[in-house]
Design a protein around this ligand. Structure first.
Ligand SMILES: [Zn+2]
Ligand SMILES: [Zn+2]
Length: 277
């Protein structure tokens, strides 16, 4: 597994999430020959930043290089910081990473002379107290970008992801020629056709929000408007004329998604006598 940076690019920084020597955590591999894992520091910055953003205040950091493990089989002995925890608060991720690295360097200089120093001390294990599942570490390693790119069958999750992705620079995605599909059991409300017909009838083809004419006519010659439940049926709203309005498609979307939706709804109650809260 590799750590990904903010833009969703795979870093040259190998890692794994596992139990090792009795402790569960993220193991970040050390720099190796020929620039192997050369993005160690960048990866550690990303990990620290994501831990902070996930409200993790304290971690425990152990040296986990093979030489260190050979010379000090007890993982407790390989904790690099003097306190019980290594705090992730009060500094930028980069400063915190440098502090972590200076503890590592200090450990290799003074801790145990027989343990070789240098890059070999860089393989570390980061333990988050009470965390022993890979699920927690997934977004920490891959970052938000990769999680945001996961396809989903949940429309509200889809829209959250879209609203975050839209703010990032995106190259044209390949998408899915054959999108995955799931079957779902969904609650569907049984609607009264007379209520819908009556509301459309009395609108006379004019949107009850903006007062504009319907944007087009249907095959049968009737003006196209949408009937909206002011209090949604899913929020225990009634399927009655006192909870229904005829809207043009733009106004309908605005009532669902606009930043002014609350004000628009209040205006409907003021302007349309038959509506009742
Ligand atoms: Zn309208
Ligand atoms: Zn609606």
């Amino acid at each position: 597994m590799h750590v990904f940076d903010k833009n969703g690019t795979e870093l040259s920084a190998e890692c794994s999430v596992d139990e090792e020597d009795g402790v569960y955590g993220l193991i970040l591999e050390s720099w190796g020959p020929a620039h192997r894992n050369k993005d160690y520091n960048i990866a550690l910055d990303c990990i620290i930043e994501r831990l902070i953003n996930s409200d993790v205040d304290n971690v425990v950091v152990y040296l986990a290089s093979s030489t260190a493990r050979k010379h000090m089989p007890s993982i407790a002995e390989r904790k690099i910081h003097p306190g019980e925890y290594f705090p992730l608060v009060g500094n930028s991720p980069r400063d915190i990473r440098q502090e972590m690295c200076s503890y590592q360097a200090h450990f290799s200089r003074t801790g145990r002379k027989e343990v070789p120093s240098g890059n070999r001390t860089k393989r570390i294990m980061i333990n988050v107290p009470k965390v022993n599942s890979g699920e927690f570490w997934e977004p920490i390693i891959h970052g938000e970008s990769l999680v945001l790119l996961q396809p989903t069958d949940d429309e509200s999750i889809l829209n959250i992801r879209v609203s975050r992705l839209i703010k990032k620079p995106l190259s044209e995605p390949t998408g899915y020629k054959i999108p995955g599909a799931v079957e779902r059991l969904q609650k569907v409300y049984i609607r009264d056709p007379a209520v819908k017909a009556w509301v459309l009838q009395q609108s006379k083809g004019v949107c009850e929000n903006c007062g504009e004419k319907a944007p087009f006519y249907l095959n049968d010659g009737s003006p196209y408007l949408e009937v909206h439940h002011v209090i949604p049926l899913s929020s225990a709203g009634a399927d009655t004329t006192s909870n229904c309005v005829a809207l043009c498609p733009n106004c309908h979307r605005a009532l669902h998604y606009s930043q002014n939706a609350k004000e628009l709804i209040e205006m409907l109650y003021i302007n349309i006598d038959r509506l009742q809260k």
